[in-house]
Design a protein around this ligand. Structure first.
Ligand SMILES: NC(=O)c1ccc[n+]([C@@H]2O[C@H](COP(=O)([O-])OP(=O)(O)OC[C@H]3O[C@@H](n4cnc5c(N)ncnc54)[C@H](O)[C@@H]3O)[C@@H](O)[C@H]2O)c1
Ligand SMILES: O=C(O)C(=O)C[C@@H](O)[C@H](O)[C@H](O)COP(=O)(O)O
Ligand SMILES: [Zn+2]
Length: 375
């Protein structure tokens, strides 16, 4: 069974299709949405070996003229050099304004491809076919595209909405366990933001989600996509409430940058640690009961996600360096970072008023615990 969730954005509205067997029907689902029969598929080398043939067959069956490129897998691909070679490949294949670009992969492929589509010929249509849990529950929806730069994570990019999202939950069966768990961190995020009942559900079914149980996975994807669609429809360009989707991310992006994008921590793992730090900060500011922070730590630990900084290979974590990354966060206004804090599970809110000393204490304590188990 397939469910469709609409991201309501006026003339830029689109559907997120969630279901089983969608890959084999992709061509027929997409055909009526395309301006021309030419498509250009962007994927990575892991997905190429596992799922690309099935997608190509489906596009051929629908009479689509398909071209494409296979990129290296991993976070390092979300970079200027790969953006350049991707745009070159698209131009070489004679992509036109009516050609639809298909991002077939995880968040790395989706973010890079969406950005390329937004600048190619000043904007060509694109579609997301997400293949990781993280990309199905988060990155394929909402139109944030971009790359990492030397200065920081996602600092160059665009808001550019896809024409459709096709989340085939069957493809999650080939995802390595570490990747499945990393994606699960973004699922937990929705419970923490404003859905305590969903967090309760995750406490009973989360272990099944990270064990690749299809029914639990489908439910997690559907609930997450509904939450993201609602938030994005209300605030597409993050002028307010959309920033709640950044819960844990100011910390996470700094950890990812310090750890060498993708080398030490996957994005979802960094988000897991970052959400704990956001709750630590909320507790330290006297805003959140410690019991809620402990409940979050327990749950993340139960599903096998990190809750503490890992040791930094070849160096030491530094409060000053982390603070310098925070200063480049996109939520900085008049030199002050807006943090996503919580009054409890399901009660996230935005605050530009975090005392510097409290933040420093929380970071000092986290660095002191680096590599140490916490429960
Ligand atoms: N745009 C947004 O709103 C948004 C939201 C969240 C995260 N992100 C970004 O997403 C990125 C992380 O995405 P990700 O976690 O999907 O990582 P990813 O794209 O690197 O994919 C993870 C790994 O899984 C492999 N893979 C993908 N699908 C597979 C499958 N079905 N079977 C087997 N292997 C498969 C990939 O080749 C890769 O090695 C980060 O750059 C993050 O910043 C963006
Ligand atoms: O869609 C959003 O909005 C998010 O913040 C989702 C995040 O999970 C995602 O990691 C996003 O890329 C972070 O955005 P950024 O603007 O902080 O780079
Ligand atoms: Zn994220």
């Amino acid at each position: 069974m397939t469910s469709a969730i609409t991201v309501a954005l006026g003339e830029r509205s689109y559907d997120i299709h969630v279901g089983s067997g969608l890959l084999s029907r992709a061509g027929h689902i997409l055909r009526p949405l395309l301006a021309a029969p030419k498509v250009f598929v962007v994927t990575d080398e892991n997905i190429e070996g596992l799922h690309l043939e099935a997608l190509k067959e489906s596009l051929d069956d629908a009479g689509l003229d398909n071209h494409g490129v296979v990129l290296p897998a991993g976070e390092q691909t979300k970079s200027f050099p790969h953006l350049e070679s991707l745009l070159d490949a698209m131009l070489e294949a004679r992509c036109e304004r009516g050609t639809t670009i298909i991002a077939f992969g995880g968040g790395v492929i989706g973010d890079l491809t969406g950005f390329a589509a937004s600048v190619l010929l000043r904007g060509v249509p694109f579609v997301q076919i997400p293949t990781t849990l993280l990309s199905q529950v988060d990155s394929s929806v909402g139109g944030k595209t971009g790359i990492n730069t030397r200065q920081g994570k996602n600092l160059v990019g665009s808001f550019y909405q896809p024409r459709a999202v096709l989340a085939d939950i069957d493809v999650l069966s080939t995802l390595p366990p570490r990747e499945l768990k990393a994606g699960y961190a973004e699922v937990v995020k929705y419970g923490l933001i404003d859905d305590p009942a969903f967090f309760d559900w995750l406490e009973t079914r989360g272990v099944a989600v990270v064990a690749a149980d299809a029914q639990a996975g489908r439910q997690a994807v559907l609930t997450s996509c509904r939450a993201k669609a609602r938030i994005v429809a209300a605030d597409e360009r993050e002028s307010g409430q959309r920033a709640l989707l950044n819960l844990g991310h100011t910390f996470a992006h700094a950890l990812e940058a310090e750890g060498g994008y993708g080398e030490l921590l996957l994005h979802g793992e960094a988000v897991s640690i970052g959400m704990v730090l956001a709750f630590d900060l909320s507790v330290a500011m006297g805003l959140c009961p410690a019991a809620d922070r402990d409940r979050l730590v327990r749950h993340l630990h139960t599903v096998g996600l990190p809750v503490c900084l890992p040791p930094l290979p070849g160096g030491e974590w530094s409060v000053e360096r982390l603070l310098a990354h925070f200063g480049k966060d996109k939520k900085v206004k008049d030199g002050r970072v807006t943090f996503v804090l919580a009054r409890g599970i399901g009660q996230a809110f935005l605050s530009p008023d975090v005392p510097a000393a409290t933040l420093k204490n929380v970071l000092d304590a986290a660095i002191g615990r680096a590599g140490v188990a916490r429960s």
